[in-house]
Write a protein that binds this ligand. Structure first.
Ligand SMILES: C[S@@+](CC[C@H](N)C(=O)[O-])C[C@H]1O[C@@H](n2cnc3c(N)ncnc32)[C@H](O)[C@@H]1O
Length: 417
């Protein structure tokens, strides 16, 4: 196992005690009673088992971060009643359970929750009652940047909720100066989802996520890796592998706000100490043609801002470009015209890259693929469909402590390479 330096709360190596878990109020951290090192060992053996048919030539030691304070994003259900709102989850009967002291959240998130709770209590808006289908406040999503800045998003049921929160904007700014991005999301439907499609900004437009040598920008409704320290290590590892491969051209499919693409493009700037020892940190010297593709327009806009700040011209045809679109369609269309990069990074959602993209890559002749997956089961299926590649290296990243989930990254080499 490789431990991250500068993980302030991991020093005691003790188990994380959680009174919500012990009292049976929240069971999200299923494995919290298992020592963290054992959790990681168990995940790694499971992952090795799942990928056994693809026998990676080398398994690198798992990358492990802190066992507490590591989550940069909280999606809190609003429950209770006006004057005594709860912020946490809903129980099986859809009643609110307050989890404001949850130990896996970033300290900045824990610190702001009571302030947001009081703000909502004073707002006159009722928490949404799932059983009665009545009320206004559904969720509060909070994201913490390493700098301490926060993005706070209120998910409400109707225009009324939006109007009330808008009139109370100044009060919020005063109460929570760290909240540099504030928005209201409208979710009118009685559906078990976390947000709707309409987002109204009340303050700022994107949260600067200063991750190591790259500043990324996060807007509402964009994906971001939830464990900042482990994400930095993942980006550095992928960049180190890509530097070894030394491709002139690279695709980053499912690029989100551009983390892999920007790290691999030879980004300039200072390396910070928030990275894992032994995982390459790049020296900013390389220059290669990088194309990031992502479905979310918002994420692509953010990636373009970061690229511009890093001095890359993000216009098509230059060193780093970001395109909004479907990854599979992009790959199929380009490969059909003979456009073939030297290396492809894929980092799909849990469903994996699927039949079409894995088949297109199998038939492509591309020499290297770097696949970062949050679901070894779909990774294994995708690998089954790409028999022309061998797994040269594999590494587990403990992105989601206390749960069964993990991130695993592999380097694939074409057999006739
Ligand atoms: C696991 S996230 C990876 C994001 C990014 N690599 C990062 O490190 O932040 C998967 C991303 O795939 C995007 N996505 C989902 N379906 C897609 C598709 N069909 N084509 C392109 N991107 C897609 C999601 O919006 C999400 O940003």
């Amino acid at each position: 196992m490789t431990s991250l330096p500068l993980t302030p709360t991991s020093a005691d190596n003790g188990q994380l005690e959680c009174h919500y878990f012990n009292d049976g109020l929240c069971r999200s951290c299923t494995f919290i009673e298992t020592p963290h090192a054992q959790q990681v060992a168990d995940k790694e053996s499971w992952c090795r088992e799942v990928l056994a048919n693809h026998s990676p030539a080398a398994w690198l030691p798992s990358v492990v971060g802190a066992d507490r304070d590591f989550r940069n994003r909280a999606k809190l259900a609003v429950g209770g009643s006006l004057g005594s709102v709860t912020l946490g989850i809903l129980d099986q009967g859809f009643y609110g359970v307050d989890l404001r002291e949850c130990g896996i959240q970033a300290p900045q998130i824990r610190a702001i929750i009571p302030v947001i709770g009081q703000f909502l209590n004073d707002s006159g808006l009722d928490p949404y009652d799932v059983n009665a289908r009545r009320g206004e406040l559904k969720f509060v999503h909070i994201t913490a940047a390493p700098s301490g800045d926060l993005m706070v998003r209120f998910v409400v049921r109707s225009q009324h909720g939006l109007d009330v929160l808008r009139t109370r904007r100044e009060q919020l700014i005063e109460l929570a100066p760290a909240a540099t991005v504030v928005s209201v999301n409208l979710l009118p439907e009685h559906k078990a989802v976390l947000e709707g499609s309409r987002e109204e900004m009340l303050l700022g437009d994107s949260l600067r996520m200063n991750l190591g040598r790259v500043d990324m920008h996060l807007r509402p409704q964009s994906f971001f890796q939830t464990n900042t320290d482990v994400a930095i290590s993942l980006y550095n590892q992928i960049a180190a592998w890509v530097d070894e491969i030394a491709p002139d051209s690279l695709w980053d499919l499912y690029c989100g706000v551009g983390g892999f693409a920007l790290y691999c493009a030879g980004a300039t700037g200072q390396q910070t100490s928030r990275t894992v020892t032994g995982v390459g940190d790049g020296d900013g010297a390389v220059s290669r043609r990088v194309t990031g593709v992502e479905l979310s327009d918002q994420a692509i806009e953010s990636a373009k801002i970061s690229a511009a700040e890093l001095g890359f011209d993000s216009q098509p045809g230059t060193t780093v470009e970001f395109l909004a679109g479907d990854a599979t369609e992009f790959a199929e269309a380009n490969l059909a015209t003979g456009e073939r990069p030297d290396c492809v990074i894929v980092n799909p959602p849990r469903r994996g890259i699927g039949v079409r993209l894995s088949t297109a890559l199998e038939d492509s002749g591309i020499e290297h693929i770097v696949y970062s997956s949050c679901n070894p089961l779909t990774l294994a299926k995708d690998l089954d469909r790409m028999p022309s590649y061998t797994v040269a290296r594999a590494r587990v990243f403990d992105m989601f402590p206390h749960t069964k989930h993990l991130e695993v990254a592999v380097v694939l080499e074409r057999r006739d390479h």
